[in-house]
Design a binder for this molecule. Structure first.
Ligand SMILES: Cc1ncc(C[n+]2csc(CCOP(=O)(O)OP(=O)(O)O)c2C)c(N)n1
Length: 317
């Protein structure tokens, strides 16, 4: 894989990691309400998958972290303002980090009712097929979410209609405190694709080049009218389900940290000669500058007026 693209993936994944760390510090200091489901360990996969998309493609993202939005170029201050309920928020503070929407960048949001995104993706796929042939919608979801009924009805319809949809299951082995083996009858969720006559593939979610490659195949298939694909990326949730989760149910919490793909990608880039200590320090400093600028912007922004809560909920007329 092109080393420049890999370096870009590393940069965005690192930005996401540092931004989430800052969000947690802000939340702990009481400066923003709520926190997030940290994406640590899954950012490399999310960014690699999105880097295979065209700028006119769409995503519906999962609840795990902010990397999806950053990979599509949504601003740090827009995301943070959504969390803080401040002016400048992409979705006018309607639902914090889980409801960041930037239609111009193809970021169509998330359904807080997990699995709702499957049926929405089918609707988006039908619209794209009719109005914008060649464009694709990608939906990211977790292994637990794949047990919703919406998964099955959506895959069936998307397959029948040959919709331009790509389904990316981030299988981190857990749904809150429930291991996948206790909730799911098959070891590989991708095996379910066969039931709908679509390709299903397992990929190492810690390997950005592999993720990029399977995405390219799926996107090509979707763009050329052959219909959906199901990609299952096996990866690791490095932290708890939510910030503050003590993970008392998880025996491998410590060992999981060793499976962090970010240092692995960093080593690969160093070996390839495209990254060194000085460049990394520069990158970290630039990331810190970007994050602090966003924090300052959002701190200075006025709170959204209370009536905004009731606006933009329904289509007019
Ligand atoms: C329909 C629905 N059921 C339950 C929840 C509560 N919930 C939020 S995240 C989550 C776990 C989902 O697990 P998974 O899909 O594997 O994603 P992960 O959290 O591991 O990234 C649950 C049960 C929800 N938001 N929506």
């Amino acid at each position: 894989m092109d080393q420049t693209r890999l370096l870009d993936i590393f940069r965005t994944a690192l930005l996401s990691r540092r931004f989430e760390e800052r969000i947690v510090r802000l939340a702990m200091a009481g400066e923003i309400p709520g926190t997030l489901h940290a994406g640590a360990g899954q950012e490399v996969c999310q960014v690699a998958a999105i880097s295979a998309l065209d700028s006119t493609d769409c995503i519906l993202y999962g609840h795990r972290g902010v990397a999806y939005m950053l990979a599509r170029g949504v601003s740090l201050s827009g995301i943070l303002a959504d969390m803080a309920g401040k002016e400048g928020a992409t979705c006018r503070g309607k639902g914090g980090v889980m409801h960041v929407v930037d239609v111009d960048k193809g970021v169509l949001g998330e359904s807080g009712t997990l699995g709702g995104g499957f049926v929405i993706s089918v609707g988006v796929g039908m619209a794209l097929k009719r109005r914008h042939p060649g464009r694709v919608v990608t939906y990211f979801f977790g292994d637990g979410t794949s047990n919703r009924g919406t998964f099955h009805e959506s895959l069936n319809w998307a397959a029948l209609q040959k919709l331009p949809c790509v389904y990316v299951c981030e299988n981190n082995g857990w749904a809150v405190s429930v291991p996948t083996s206790s909730s799911t009858a098959v070891p590989d969720i991708s095996a379910r694709a066969a039931g709908y006559g679509v390709p299903g593939v397992v990929v190492d979610g810690n390997d950005p080049a592999a993720v990029y490659e399977v995405m390219q195949h799926a996107l090509e298939r979707a763009r050329s009218g052959q219909g959906p694909s199901l990609i299952e990326a096996k990866l690791t949730r490095l932290q708890g389900h939510f910030v503050g989760d003590q993970q008392t149910y998880r025996a491998d919490a410590e060992q999981a940290l060793e499976r962090d793909p970010l240092p692995r990608l960093e080593r690969g880039l160093r070996d390839a000669g495209v990254l060194d200590a000085a460049k990394l320090a520069e990158l970290e400093a630039d990331i810190e500058r970007q994050i602090e600028a966003a924090v300052e912007t959002v701190k200075a922004a006025p709170l959204l007026a209370p009536e905004v809560a009731l606006q933009d909920l329904y289509a007019e007329g």
